[in-house]
Design a protein around this ligand. Structure first.
Ligand code: ZN
Length: 380
């Protein structure tokens, strides 16, 4: 359920009706999301606000990365420095040549115009075959993104999935890479929500616009995995099961694994129904720690309290609490349950729904939006 658009529309309609009736009120406050300026500055790192990077994103293509990961395999640096702020690498500044390649796309720097036709800035980097986007534009955007992530002239094969909110994970070897590779201009046909490989030269991609991308790398065995974790996939334990599958397929040991939970809808914005809590409670003994109740103020009632006068006692309004889910924490718990050390897990804590300038958000934009892509792979 998303109330912000209906509330906006409702407020406009009430304003109009009241104005017709001769009543005029002050300009209403902004309803959803931080201001443009705030959103470009709200960069948080887990558990600390030390040295936050402040980058004016402008209309450049920006790839988010965990800095220490780009050094893996160089000069014996076996551990990623997980406490540093997120790196923002503009296109053209290729990451250090190391075996592990990864990145999270953001919104700016592409050729897509349909989702923000009014924007005077450049186009969006829509990387999914959304309707009514032109497949040619998606292919061009994908090329820009892959070049920014991979560097060099020759682009790797990109493997994506037709994502279905399942716990289904596919291992990609040489034959699968050849069979599942659809080029940049065709949507995937094979279904699933997780990919893993120890085969170099391919990039595994997951597309999101609120759901979480979760990336895992085995520093010792040089294997990688990527998962699509919405609430359904999370309840189905895609990440926990996916790490188990890495142990099975590659002989991965949890202490050799590092993981990053990428941009997705934060608990600040992720209101869910009680049925979602019930699903989590049926699966996880820590479910109660993943939800919190938020008493939402209703801007219409706040602004026009007299229209809603009732005989009810204070505290008995029908504005009950809304449940907010911390999906990133749910997936962090799964990584811990799978045996990863706490310090090996990096949470980006970037909410897609409250930063419309930086990310696509399915909920924030009421379903009409593009897709970001997260990728991980191994260099030749
Ligand atoms: Zn948010």
């Amino acid at each position: 359920m998303d109330v912000s658009s209906t509330t906006e529309a409702g407020l406009r309609e009430i304003d109009r009706l009241l104005e017709e009736g001769g009543v005029r009120r002050g300009r209403r406050r902004r309803l959803a999301g931080p201001s443009k300026q705030e959103s470009s500055q709200s960069i948080r790192t887990q558990g600390s606000s030390q040295n936050p990077e402040r980058t004016n994103l402008g209309d450049k293509l920006v790839v988010l990365r965990v800095p220490g990961w780009s050094q893996l395999g160089r000069g014996g640096a076996r551990t990623g420095n997980l406490s540093r702020p997120i790196a923002r690498t503009a296109a053209g500044n290729s990451a250090a040549m190391a075996w592990l390649v990864h990145g999270f796309s953001t919104r700016a720097g592409g050729r897509t115009r349909i989702y923000r036709p009014e924007a005077s800035a450049g186009g969006d980097l829509n990387l999914g075959f959304t309707d009514p986007e032109s497949p040619k534009i998606v292919a061009a955007n994908r090329r820009l993104f892959l070049r920014a992530v991979w560097g060099g002239r020759e682009l790797p094969a990109l493997i994506t999935l037709k994502q279905i909110h399942s716990p289904l994970v596919r291992r990609i070897g040489r034959h699968e890479a050849a069979a599942l590779q659809r080029g940049l201009s065709q949507p995937a046909i094979s279904k699933g929500d997780g990919l893993m490989t120890d085969w170099p030269g391919v990039l595994l991609g997951i597309q999101t616009a609120d759901c979480l991308p979760v990336l895992v790398a085995d520093r010792r065995r040089r294997a990688v995995a990527i998962f699509h974790a919405g609430w359904r996939g999370t309840v189905a334990r895609i990440v926990e099961g996916g790490v188990g599958r890495m142990r099975l397929e590659f002989g991965s040991q949890p202490e050799d694994l590092i993981a990053v939970i990428g941009p997705g809808i934060g608990s600040c914005c992720y209101a869910v129904g009680d049925e979602v809590r019930q699903e989590f409670e049926s699966q996880f003994d820590y479910a109660s720690t993943l939800f919190r109740e938020v008493y939402d103020s209703d801007p219409v009632k706040e602004k026009y309290p007299l229209l809603f006068m009732t005989a009810r006692a204070p505290g008995h309004s029908d504005l009950g609490p809304r449940l907010h889910l911390d999906l990133a924490e749910a997936n962090r718990r799964q990584l811990l349950a799978a045996g990863l050390p706490t310090k090996a897990i990096y949470r980006m804590d970037e909410c897609t729904a409250c930063q419309p300038e930086r990310f696509f958000s399915h909920r924030g934009e009421h379903g009409f939006t593009g897709r970001m892509m997260s990728v991980i792979g191994i260099r030749f």
